[in-house]
Ligand binder design. Structure first.
Ligand code: SF4
Length: 601
């Protein structure tokens, strides 16, 4: 591992020609790694003038300089032009991929071009193979995973498998790329980008070595960090009930979206609460490679497949977001029903959040007569799991014009059929936080349109409720908008630090900026440590610039009416405040994109 080098080692594979090369990519002190490295690679090799579906567009998987050296440095940034909105996008995933890339000896894998037949790319420290896997066309994620795991079976070390299901092959704009078991590059269509490249799977063989840093600083710091994440209660909640514990909390706060956000709380929460999953269905917790926490909760799904008490047992992972999107949002109140739906979503290779929220919109559209069963081909109904099973398959396979349109994203469906006012879209299908104005603006305008861009939902929760029936004065709006925008920009930068390394975002408390600088210095990356504050501003500007260059127009992003109609524990939404915040955040994004690069030196 070139810990003290200032270059990143990038493996570039062109599927169109079969050619490959290793690039020593300059400038690591300025882009750091992960999110910054992916953006810098796209700036150097991307085609901002060509559409997202163009197979020549790079698909980039990047790790950070700390990957493999410290606990919870377990994630990979996938950078690509999104088929959902055409813009520069990122999706992050754990599993074994980060460590496999580290031990294969690469800071990033960049794939361009399309293979002639459906293929699987196998890369290791001394291997590069492209296998024809045309026989896997149409196969689901589980069957595909089983076949692809045969590649590189003879190699040692961490082995990781990324693959797509039918949704990715069909180009569904929110098809995900599944990583190993239970992890995903979920949002914004990385799976469809693989599909456009005729790439059914990627196997990364971590078959090389990585020398440990010399000196006393590194082992001492490792022990300190390990002790903090395992010996204190810092990460306990992620292992215990996991993020699913938020279901009851948000339901209590009237901030949990139910039935396409027609309500924000429901007494039936007990059927799908984190406690219910833990007490009745939890089998075990597991972890990404390099993580001592283990927040991945695996539930037991028992399904009857024939008469006379014939049952099949399956293991299905669950979390807060999937339970919201395919539980409360669809009016499902039985935990096993939610697991059954999640299992099918996983198999088909769909992003569970976008798929659930899109189905919720389709259900209300059907209820209101905006569309009919001639379009949906199934009597979608809140609370009816069987209709959603059918809907998921139609969505992944593009069963007719309606499902193909919905598969391009809910905004495409509302453009074609109407019903935008009740679509739960904030840049993309919403995440599960009906917490108020700051979260709605943050997700609608944010870089990834994700609840992970910033803690907008926690900012909402930190602001005390007002007297019932009162709204902010113009002066209060100005003051609160300034506070919220400053928080969003600052919090985004802190998260960029984590995303450049590429740590799990759950470890934010363990990895403050000074701690990350210490960690870099202890493995010999002194230039990256010293230059980190400047580098973060550079990366923040570069990411926004790329998003703008690839078609993002923040001023055109609006928030559908449904979000103005809800009532949370704080009362009704303050629409004047939300609109002022939206305009101010647009200005802030333009300013962040224009930030001058720090002087070289
Ligand atoms: S806390 Fe969970 S998501 Fe994060 S690295 Fe550990 S197992 Fe993976």
């Amino acid at each position: 591992m070139p810990a003290s080098a200032t270059t990143s080692r990038v493996l570039h594979v062109d599927l169109a020609t079969g050619a490959s090369r290793v690039i020593q990519f300059e400038g690591r002190p300025l882009h750091l790694g992960g999110s910054g490295l992916a953006a810098a690679l796209y700036e150097a090799y991307g085609l901002p003038g060509a559409p997202a579906e163009d197979p020549r567009q790079p698909l980039i998987f990047a790790i950070g300089p700390l990957t493999g050296y410290y606990p919870l440095m377990s994630k990979v940034v996938c950078g690509f032009r999104s088929p959902y909105n055409g813009q520069w996008a990122e999706s992050h995933a754990g599993g074994r991929l980060a460590l496999a890339l580290r031990f294969a000896g690469y800071d990033a894998l960049m794939i361009t071009g399309a293979a002639r037949t459906l293929s699987c790319l196998v890369v290791g420290s001394r291997r590069l193979e492209v296998h024809d896997v045309h026989y896997l066309r149409g196969q689901d994620v589980f069957v595909t995973g089983k076949y692809l795991r045969r590649f590189g079976k003879d190699s040692s070390g961490h082995r990781s498998t990324v693959r797509i299901g039918p949704a990715g092959e069909k180009g569904v704009a929110f098809a995900c790329a599944n990583v190993d078991s239970f992890r995903h590059f979920g949002r914004l269509g990385a799976g469809a980008v693989m599909g456009a490249k005729n790439l059914k799977g990627i196997v990364v063989l971590g078959d090389g070595g990585a020398a440990l840093p010399e000196g006393k600083d590194y082992p001492k710091l490792f022990r300190d960090i390990y002790g903090a994440v395992t010996g204190t209660d810092m990460m306990q909640k992620y292992h215990d009930l996991g993020t699913a514990e938020n279901l009851s909390v948000l339901n209590e706060l009237k901030a949990l979206p139910w039935r396409n956000l027609q309500a924000t709380t429901d007494p039936a929460i007990d059927g799908i609460s984190g406690e219910r999953f833990a007490e009745q269905l939890l089998l075990r917790q597991t972890a990404c490679a390099g993580c001592p926490v283990g927040c991945i909760h695996i539930g037991l799904l028992r399904q009857q497949f024939a008469r006379d008490h014939e049952f099949l047992y399956k293991q299905v992972s669950y979390d807060y977001e999937p339970i919201f999107a395919q539980g409360s949002m669809l009016g499902l109140t039985n935990a096993s029903d939610v697991l059954a739906l999640l299992d099918d979503t996983e198999k088909l290779g769909l992003d569970c959040m976008s798929a659930g929220v899109a189905l919720a919109w389709a259900t209300e559209a059907l209820e209101r007569g905006v569309i009919t069963e001639a379009e949906t081909l199934a009597p979608l109904a809140f609370g009816n799991v069987a209709t959603y099973m059918t809907g998921l398959h139609h969505l992944a396979n593009g069963a007719n014009e309606f499902w193909r349109t919905l598969g391009r994203g809910t905004p495409s469906a509302t453009d074609a059929y109407g019903g935008r006012e009740f679509s739960c879209v904030l840049g993309q299908e919403m995440a599960g936080y009906a917490t108020g104005e700051v979260f709605f603006v943050a997700q609608a305008l944010g870089f990834r349109h994700s609840h992970l861009d910033s803690g907008g939902y926690s900012f909402d929760q930190s602001v005390p409720p007002r007297e019932p029936g009162t709204f902010r004065t113009p002066e209060e709006i100005t003051a609160d908008v300034n506070k919220a925008v400053a928080f969003l920009a600052d919090d985004e930068q802190k998260r960029i630090a984590i995303n450049c390394m590429v740590a799990c975002l759950f470890s934010r408390k363990a990895y403050s900026m000074p701690r990350l600088q210490e960690a870099l210095a202890a493995i010999g990356c002194r230039a990256e440590a010293d230059g980190m504050p400047d580098a973060l501003r550079t990366v923040q500007a570069a990411r926004w610039r790329l998003k703008l260059q690839t078609g993002y127009r923040p001023e055109e992003v609006t928030i559908p009416k449904r979000f103005t109609e809800i009532v949370t524990w704080k009362g009704p939404i303050d629409t004047a405040y939300m609109e002022a915040l939206r305009l101010a955040y647009v200005d802030a994004i333009r300013r962040m994109a224009d930030a001058p690069a720090p002087a070289a030196g």
